[in-house]
Design a protein around this ligand. Structure first.
Ligand code: ARG
Ligand code: ZN
Length: 859
């Protein structure tokens, strides 16, 4: 059944208070709920209360303490008819956590119990009006065998604990903040904690704890540091203070997503908690810092102010992603973080927005809400709010966000509420800007600077269900550079809100070089009328680091599209290889003596060629193999042309000792980049260099970088290094995940048969999402493997979807989008991709998750 945003009605019944009693066990858990329900007078007088359920049965139903006769089932839901305006309902359910392979609701993971309730997992624990606009205070009592489950955690503050007969114990928790059911959480297990404390700006002392398996305790310090930085930053930047006496984080090895912001008890995928230099890369360190911040920031943007319904998901996710991006910019450096975020947006969200799964950041309908935890809702959602901030300015935006939090504290709000609060607080008019919430599709902007005039046009493309579009409001930071001095007269923000407009820049030279969408102020695709010479100029002179990066990317894109013979390329400027060689040489040289504008972090970004997924976006019908080969060809040419420079850079960077400071991290980044180019040029020579890097590596960044390069080569060093890595990290799940991912993502010509063999490896487990993703997501993202002309890559992923769907539909459905671009793939790819979608669609008993994704993809 399709759920529509326009059909929203307020809940007929509210549940101000919930008391839950858990008799916990890994194999069997008994749940008794006590719900104080009251009629919601703003809504029609409903005779029944509807309590959602999913794969549970009511064992007993009591109404005001007496057995209740007046209940019926409507599908999965329990309907209880109630005479008066309030009642006390008590319902018992029985769960089998270790049978719960969907990892939604209460489930067992590696001997412990934990929960995941967002979006609709609470209904797998007990019957409840499982919708985010029903807010309740929770009191929870847990009882459990003390030897197996010694630690008992829940939302809020602990109010009591003690021992029981027969080796059992209990704990009781109370959360004073009313919350929707999706924020409920409990954890029970044999865990240890890294503890610390934080004093808030208002003087509240908060006990912090990060709970893990004993063997992982030594890998929790970075998460703790990140948490404390996040708490401080949110006070300083958004004026948000924490509101409980404890904040607990638990790391779990089996988890469908990254992490979850349950009130006072965040539950995390181990991947985003555990880090030490030996087992985590610099990228992993950033991932931990960013996700810890993200979940912490949800305490205000998500928990104190929550969502009225799931169509409003971007209200909390888009805003919280923006907040975590701004935090990471402050921690790691603005330019590099911005480039990374834009790279992800273009490689993941742009393709989503131009394919069959395209939807507005506030969707209008869904069948399964889990399918809408998308890059559009999260990342484009963040970009849309970032545009409001750019137009308002930081200070005015802060006034808007303050007003939003103040006005809607304790409420379940809508995106509309957010926009109105920003309008009122920041003094903006966002009437037409609201189209960003309504319209899907990436706007395409064309720009030219002629005779002192900046001429802009825009078009928002048609998307499924939305054939006609209105002009979007597009803020663009613009600067014009004087060719003779290499300088600009300063920057200006122009706002394009018509399909066509022109802006005059009278005091700029008539032939000035246009730098536009600096800092990526708007999430649009740009066609700028400017030649190779202008791009070379900007790549060398632009004082906005993002724009400088962008100019080089455009040069590369123009070259690769021409190389791949891409028809209908939106950009057709064929940049010669020689020009690129010079540009790359300048990047490798610039700053070596420490007086250039580039540090190694930034240099590493400049050296990264645009991903094939983004190259495919540039053409109507893409040949992924040709684009991949053109990209590899350019790498090989640059690697051989600039070999001395890459070798020198590798040597120079290899001499920098390990530390987590910016400089050392930058050195590690360019070190592996150098290997990548050298390996593309000359596998044998690079293999010994990579082996040396591997053997000397005292940290995972160097080790993984070297192994990544080796995994793609056919040299004998490859197998030895893979074997060493496996033996070295045997038993460390996150490191073994890397071992799978490096092979599945490699450039090795036999990657398909290697992936098949890895699926039979004793360490491979279909019921662990991290392991599944490490093998199959890495492969689906591997353009050469997935798009192999034999069609084997497509079959492999389709087989996985069919095998995984009955076990874990949410994770299975995440593998459908790579097939979604079949209409825009050159033959024979398009047909083969569609055939696999049809094969999946024809299977019996598909989950709602996979069913919806496959059918939308078929279009
Ligand atoms: N709210 C979580 C986050 O963004 C994501 C949880 C999504 N879970 C799910 N099963 N769809 O931080
Ligand atoms: Zn989130």
């Amino acid at each position: 059944a399709t759920i529509r945003r326009e059909d929203y009605t307020p809940p007929a019944w509210l549940v101000p208070e919930v008391a839950l009693h858990f008799d916990l066990g890994i194999e069997k858990t008994v749940v008794r709920s006590e719900l104080k329900i009251v009629r919601n007078h703003t809504s029609d007088r409903a005779p029944n209360i509807r309590l959602n359920g999913d794969e549970i049965e009511p064992r007993t139903v009591l109404c005001n303490g007496k057995p209740c006769e007046s209940w019926t089932m409507d599908g999965n839901d329990l309907l209880v008819s109630i005479e008066g305006d309030e009642a006390l309902l008590s319902i018992t359910t029985e769960l089998t956590p270790d049978q719960n392979s969907k990892l939604m609701g209460l489930y067992a993971s590696n001997g412990m119990l934990c929960t995941q309730c967002e979006a609709e997992g609470f209904r797998r624990i007990t019957f409840f009006p499982d919708r985010p606009d029903v807010l309740s205070t929770y009191t929870v009592r847990m009882e459990a065998p003390k030897d197996v489950l010694p630690v008992l955690l829940c939302n809020g503050n602990k109010t009591g604990e003690g021992d029981l007969d027969g080796g059992r114990h209990w704990a009781e928790w109370h959360d004073p903040w009313p919350k929707p059911s999706y924020l409920f959480a409990l954890v029970a297990g044999d865990l240890v904690a890294l503890e610390d404390s934080f004093t808030t700006m208002g003087g509240r002392e908060v006990d912090l704890a990060i709970w893990v398996r004993e063997a992982d305790l030594g890998r929790t310090q970075h998460a703790m540091d990140s948490l404390k930085k996040s708490m401080k930053w949110d006070e300083e930047t958004f004026g948000r203070e924490y509101d409980l006496d404890v904040f607990n984080i638990v790391a779990v090895g089996d988890f469908n997503m990254g992490a979850m912001e349950n009130k006072g008890l965040n539950i995390f995928n181990t991947k985003y908690v555990l880090a030490d230099p030996e087992t985590a890369t610099d990228g992993d360190y950033d991932g931990v810092e960013g996700v810890i911040a993200h979940e912490y920031f949800h305490n205000w943007s998500g928990n104190r102010v929550t969502c009225r319904d799931w169509f409003q998901l971007s209200l909390k996710e888009g805003f919280t992603v923006l907040r975590d991006q701004l935090f990471s910019q402050d921690m790691q450096g603005e330019a590099v973080k911005r480039i990374e975020d834009v790279r992800v947006l273009r490689a993941v969200q742009f393709p989503e927005d131009s394919g069959p799964l395209s939807h507005p950041i506030r969707p209008d309908s869904y069948q399964e809400i889990s399918n809408f935890y998308t890059s559009t809702v999260y990342n484009k959602g963040a970009e849309v709010i970032r545009m409001m901030r750019s137009m308002a300015g930081e200070e005015a935006f802060r006034k808007g966000s303050d007003l939003y939090f103040e006005r809607h504290d304790g409420e379940a709000a809508t995106c509309e509420d957010f926009i109105t609060a920003i309008e009122d607080g920041a003094g903006l008019d966002l009437k037409q800007f609201r189209r960003w919430y309504e319209q899907a599709g990436t706007p395409r902007v064309s720009a030219a600077f002629k005779d002192g005039q900046l001429q802009l046009t825009q078009e928002v493309p048609a998307t499924p269900g939305q054939p006609d579009k209105q002009p979007a409001v597009i803020p663009l930071r613009v600067a014009l550079f004087d060719r003779s001095t290499g300088k600009s007269a300063g920057e200006r923000l122009v706002v394009l809100d018509q399909s066509e407009a022109s802006f005059s820049f009278e005091d700029s030279p008539a032939d000035a070089v246009l730098s536009i969408n600096r800092g990526f102020t708007a999430p649009v695709a740009l066609d700028v009328e400017r030649g190779e010479g202008d791009l070379v100029f900007l790549a060398a002179n632009d004082d906005d680091p993002f724009a400088r990066y962008e100019a080089l990317q455009e040069l590369v894109i123009g070259h690769l599209l021409a190389e791949a013979g891409a028809d209908g390329a939106a950009r057709s400027d064929d940049t010669s290889r020689a020009a690129l060689g010079e540009a790359f040489a300048a990047i490798l040289d610039d700053g070596v003596v420490d007086d250039g504008a580039l540090d190694d972090q930034m240099r590493g970004e400049m050296l990264l060629l645009p991903p094939v997924a983004y190259l495919c976006e540039q053409v109507l019908v893409a040949d992924p193999v040709a684009l991949h080969q053109a990209r590899e060809g350019l790498k090989a040419w640059l690697g051989s042309e600039l070999r001395d420079r890459f070798e020198a850079m590798h040597d120079r960077a290899s001499a920098v000792p390990y530390s987590l400071d910016r400089k050392a991290r930058g050195a590690r980044k360019v070190k592996t980049q150098a290997l990548v180019y050298l390996a593309a040029a000359d596998g044998a020579a690079a293999a010994s260099r990579a082996k040396a890097q591997y053997d000397r590596a005292g940290n995972m960044t160097d080790r993984q970088g070297a192994l990544m390069v080796l995994a793609g080569l056919e040299q004998p060093e490859r197998d030895a290094a893979l074997e060493d890595f496996h033996a070295r990290f045997d038993g460390n799940d996150l490191a073994i995940d890397k071992w799978f991912a490096l092979q599945a993502g490699s450039l090795h010509p036999d990657v398909i048969s290697q992936v098949k063999a890895l699926a039979d490896h004793p360490d491979f487990r279909l019921n662990n999402p991290n392991r599944v993703r490490s093998l199959y997501m890495a492969f689906a993202a591997n353009k050469a493997g997935f798009h192999d002309p034999s069609g084997e890559g497509y079959r492999l992923i389709a087989d996985l979807i069919l095998a995984l769907d009955p076990i874990n539909p949410q994770t299975a459905a995440r593998f459908v989008p790579p097939f979604g671009r079949w209409k825009r793939m050159a033959e024979p790819h398009g047909t083969m991709m569609r055939e696999q979608l049809e094969r999946i669609a024809a299977a019996d008993g598909l989950s709602r998750d996979t069913y919806e994704q496959v059918n939308r993809s078929l279009g």
